[in-house]
Design a protein around this ligand. Sequence first.
Ligand SMILES: [Zn+2]
Length: 84
Amino acid sequence: MDLMNAGITLIATIRKRKTRMRKPYWIEKEHLFDGTEYVCSRCGARFEEPWEECPACGVRMKKIKYDPVCVDEAEMLDILLGDE
Ligand SMILES: [Zn+2]
């Protein structure tokens, strides 16, 4: 019983630490037509450049995570041009 309680406490601690360690970052989105944009992982604001700090919410960025969206847009284009 005591061991089980200790286990539950440990899991709760790890979960809490994981949440705290989630750092803000830029999501780099490469668009088929509009070029590249950077989306703030915290507030969702979009910019053309990866600033050191988000100009919208002021959070300091640690890294850039690449998130390709070209595939979706290319697929959408296929659908748009498909029923010719
Ligand atoms: Zn932001």
